[in-house]
Design a protein around this ligand. Structure first.
Ligand SMILES: Cc1cc2nc3c(=O)[nH]c(=O)nc-3n(C[C@H](O)[C@H](O)[C@H](O)COP(=O)(O)OP(=O)(O)OC[C@H]3O[C@@H](n4cnc5c(N)ncnc54)[C@H](O)[C@@H]3O)c2cc1C
Length: 505
């Protein structure tokens, strides 16, 4: 039996997949499509992460879609509210009906003969994995950037000596009771910074154990300007104004960090000191790198500072020697007692959902080529990937990348093409790592561990990954599609005037 064929297959029904489906429905209404989702639910990141206090780090006017207003008065929003926003977007637009749940994409092969992808999926049938095939004209990966199955958990010496629970936030047990317990959180990223103040309500004491301090910015959880404007303006207008302010602020702070790092450093450390008071040692809040060399952590309404100042929580800067029966022994000789250890030690990067790729049956390795506009891949036909910003809200980029893909699909239809692939013929384009040191996350551990396996970017457009919304917006929305780098062709019989295979530059 011939495999089912759809025009577009979207891998993943998280924030990016639902957004991409919305853009596709609106910009390419005649296209048939489905979202293949490995899990049994919509929401991705916001469904899998269930730890106490889980929330956004970005403000929601930029983190929400560009087509659906954020109307909640909290702009640093909790995970459940974000999940509801994504699911409501899906159900209001019939996107939930397009999701095929429990279907994991494991491989995809492009054929120049048929100008289609043959996608192999796996789903559980009566407890055993069953493979099936489906074909499509365009494959769009919205599979996020990290492995859901394997979070990053370092191999701590003495791990088995500790008898209490050791929990990774990505795998939070529903029944973990930390009432009256002493908790040590290993890590200093956004997850640890979120967890610490959220656990002090029940825990006896919470310690955040970090190797190096992180910059933290105290930001208001609510946006009073938008709350006021909402009384007199339509939601979408308030949303757009909030986005404009958010974009300006995010880019302004990022540019300031790069141009005047000492000024921003002084401001951030001054803010932290005022919040923490004189009794807390500032060495735990004073990073040895410049702001935005790694992602800046938001502290809504100063919650972490308040928790530390109250004495219910503390921050320790040291290195782990080993786990012991009672807790964690540090390189300094100090021992931290713990009933529960939380390993907020981050992710393992995984792109395109971990599937294997091939072209005409020959294996393809994405890390050997460059990404085009951060969204397509050198020499690989009809494959897109949605990868948002690391120094700003993910969705700012995911929306305009999806819009670009839709523009590309419409252009191909209009000109009778069925294959597009970016090809570099300029020898002066030099490959660089996909995430660079100056992108706001380049030196983060999870990025460093994965740089070699990620696709490269080029040192100039259109191979450059800007991580800058104001540069990407015109490039993705307005730039000519037939730019000499993107090569279009018409391969299917009857798909062009000549009625046969015809390569078109
Ligand atoms: C706790 C937390 C807080 C965050 N906060 C922010 C923030 O404030 N601002 C910000 O910009 N970013 C933030 N991020 C980054 C965040 O992951 C992105 O903003 C965004 O959620 C990514 O959405 P996505 O749909 O691309 O990927 P995901 O949310 O990861 O969804 C991917 C989906 O694809 C599915 N999938 C994966 N592989 C396959 C496969 N092979 N076959 C089928 N389905 C597959 C998954 O099951 C999942 O449902 C945060 C991340 C975390 C973990």
């Amino acid at each position: 039996m011939a495999a089912e064929h759809l025009n577009v297959l979207i891998i993943g029904a998280g924030l990016s997949g639902v957004g991409a489906a919305w853009h596709l429905q609106n910009q390419c209404p005649s296209k048939t499509f489905a979202l293949l989702e490995a899990r049994q639910a919509i929401g991705g990141t916001w469904d899998i992460h269930r730890y106490p206090g889980v929330r956004s780090d970005s403000e929601m006017y930029t983190y929400a879609y560009n087509f659906r207003p954020w109307t909640d008065s909290k702009v640093i929003a909790d995970g459940a509210t974000i999940l509801k926003y994504i699911r409501d977007t899906a159900s209001e637009n019939g996107i939930d009906k397009k999701v095929r749940y429990g279907v994991k994409v494991v491989k995809a092969d492009w054929s120049d003969d048929t100008a289609t992808w043959t996608v192999t999926t796996e789903r559980q049938v009566d407890g055993s994995p069953k493979q099936e095939q489906i074909t499509c004209d365009f494959l769009l990966s919205c599979a996020g950037y990290y492995s859901y199955e394997k979070p990053n958990i370092p191999d701590f010496a003495g791990r088995d000596d500790f008898k209490g629970p050791v929990v990774h936030p990505q795998q939070w047990p529903d029944d973990l009771d930390y009432t009256g317990k002493t908790v040590v959180i290993i890590g200093s990223g956004a997850t640890a910074v979120t967890l610490l103040p959220s656990m002090t309500d029940k825990a006896a004491h919470v310690t955040m154990l970090q190797r190096t301090p992180t910059y933290m910015a105290n930001i208001p959880e609510r946006d009073r300007i938008s709350d006021t404007l909402r009384k007199v303006m339509p939601d979408m207008m308030v949303h757009r104004l909030g986005r404009a302010r958010g974009v300006a602020l995010q880019l302004g702070v990022f540019r300031l960090a790069k141009a005047q790092p000492k000024v921003l450093r002084g401001a951030l450390l001054g803010m932290a000191k005022r919040q923490l008071g004189s009794k807390v040692d500032m060495k735990h809040f004073t990073p040895n790198y410049n702001p935005w060399d790694q992602r800046l952590c938001a502290v809504p309404n100063g919650d972490l500072f308040k928790a530390v100042r109250s004495g219910k929580a503390s921050v320790v800067t040291d290195h782990i020697d080993r786990f012991t029966a009672k807790g964690i022994k540090l390189k300094s000789g100090q021992e931290l007692e713990a009933d529960i250890i939380i390993t907020a030690t981050g992710f393992n990067i995984q792109l395109i959902g971990g599937m294997t790729l091939s072209k005409n049956g020959k294996a393809v390795n994405l890390s050997k080529g460059m990404a085009y506009r951060g969204t397509l891949f050198e020499g690989i036909p009809n494959l897109g990937m949605i990868f948002g910003y690391t120094n700003s809200s993910w969705t700012l980029k995911s929306d305009i990348s999806s819009e670009y893909i839709c523009r590309l699909i419409n252009y191909m239809d209009k000109h009778g093409y069925d294959r597009c692939a970016p090809v570099n013929t300029d020898p002066s384009v030099k490959p660089e790592y996909f995430v660079t040191e100056d992108s706001g996350a380049g030196s983060a551990g999870y990025i460093q561990r994965a740089l070699e396996m990620m696709p490269k970017q080029g040192n100039k457009a259109p191979w450059r990954v800007y991580m800058n919304y104001l540069l990407d917006l015109p490039a993705l929305r307005l730039s000519p599609l037939n730019d000499g780098v993107m090569k279009f062709s018409s391969l299917r019989k009857g798909n062009n005037a000549a009625g046969g295979r015809r390569a078109v530059a």
